[in-house]
Design a protein around this ligand. Structure first.
Ligand code: FDA
Length: 307
């Protein structure tokens, strides 16, 4: 099921079918704040008022046109200006997929993505907040970490995402565990081959814990991005064993997933940051969320069949 959904996430035919089904929208709205900047800012304000922090993602990925990459940069610039104007920037940062700002363009894609990400960093810097680079499939990992290194020369606060399912990630955690580094550790959401990624849940969880230990014992700022109750508990234990205080790392979860656990962690004094996607390019993001939890698919199909 997971493989089929992740394959569908990249199929134009499946995309057109799912997007044209009117009943998809209520299910999508569980995971996506809305189509517009105004809706994203309203949800951000509500979450901050509730004691959580936010990272905002302007949805889009695998951009193949220059104009679309430029439009994405413009959307982030507008968003960051609005966060500054409304006073929300102290609790909200942004997350960026490099493939949405040109990384996958055939000619000079990497350079374009670097230039575009730099513009987003400048806009974030102007309002006093930060940027974290999302991580996409393994074919982009080296390129994304290269762009991260270039950006960090001028913007040392730029964060990275590392995926525990990749064999390489424990070493990447060592490389990125130095002072000033910000690393969001997640399990990984793409369909990856055995040659590069652990396939079993237990193997991925064990890798996650090994990576956590490296990050928590390093000098950077670990961001524990998981809804898995066992890993959330282990993260607190590993942090305590490493002598970390509650303000020296944070937990992160996705908008719409385990909101009660989000509130509980925030109430216990550790930062809880919610990843809030918005925009009309929700297809790929939504399909990866369905793939994470088979019960979501049943719910989605039932809602289609009961009309
Ligand atoms: P796991 O999948 O085992 O889920 C644990 C429990 O959480 C489930 O039993 C269920 O209760 C609940 N849950 C999890 N997913 C759910 C869903 N979709 N709907 C409802 N309940 C759900 N990946 C990536 O490859 N690149 C990236 O850049 C990012 N970025 C990112 C940022 C943040 C803040 C988070 C939290 C996650 C990501 N991810 C990601 C996604 C990540 O790789 C992973 O796919 C999901 O977080 C699910 O893995 P868990 O660790 O939550 O465990």
């Amino acid at each position: 099921m997971r493989s089929a959904l992740l394959a569908a996430a990249r199929s134009p035919q499946a995309r057109s079918f799912v997007e044209r089904t009117p009943l998809t929208k209520p299910v999508v709205s569980r995971y996506v704040a809305g189509d517009t900047l105004e809706e994203a800012v309203r949800v951000t304000g509500d979450l901050l008022a509730d004691g959580r922090k936010v990272t905002l993602d302007h949805l889009g990925e695998d951009t193949t046109e220059l104009a679309q990459a430029a439009a994405t940069v413009h959307a982030y610039e507008r968003l960051l200006a609005e966060l500054g104007r409304t006073g929300l920037a102290s609790g909200a940062e942004v997350s960026v997929k490099l493939s949405a700002v040109g990384q996958s363009l055939p000619r000079d894609g990497e350079k374009l993505a670097l230039d575009n990400a730099r513009r987003i960093c400048e806009a974030a810097s102007a309002v006093g907040t930060t940027v974290t680079l999302d991580m996409e499939d393994h074919t982009t990992t080296d390129s994304t970490l290269g762009i991260l290194a270039d950006l960090r020369v001028d913007f040392p606060w730029v964060g990275a995402v590392l995926q525990a399912y990749l064999h390489r990630t424990e070493q990447d955690c060592r490389d990125l565990s130095g002072a000033g580094s910000r690393v969001r550790l997640c399990k990984g959401a793409y369909k990856e081959p055995e040659s590069v990624a652990y396939q079993g849940k237990d193997e991925v969880d064990l890798s996650y814990v090994r990576c956590l230990k490296v990050l928590m014992n390093g000098q950077g700022y670990p961001m524990v991005a998981s809804h898995d109750p066992r890993l959330v508990r282990i993260a607190a234990q590993v942090a305590a064993a490493a002598g970390r205080t509650a303000d020296s790392y944070e937990h992160q979860m996705l908008y719409g997933v385990r909101p009660d656990a989000q509130r509980e962690i925030a109430a216990n004094g550790t930062t809880m940051r919610v990843y809030v996607p918005y925009g009309d390019q929700w297809y790929g993001y939504f399909m990866r969320r369905l793939a994470e939890r088979p019960a979501n698919v049943t719910f989605f199909l039932r809602s289609l069949l009961t009309t």
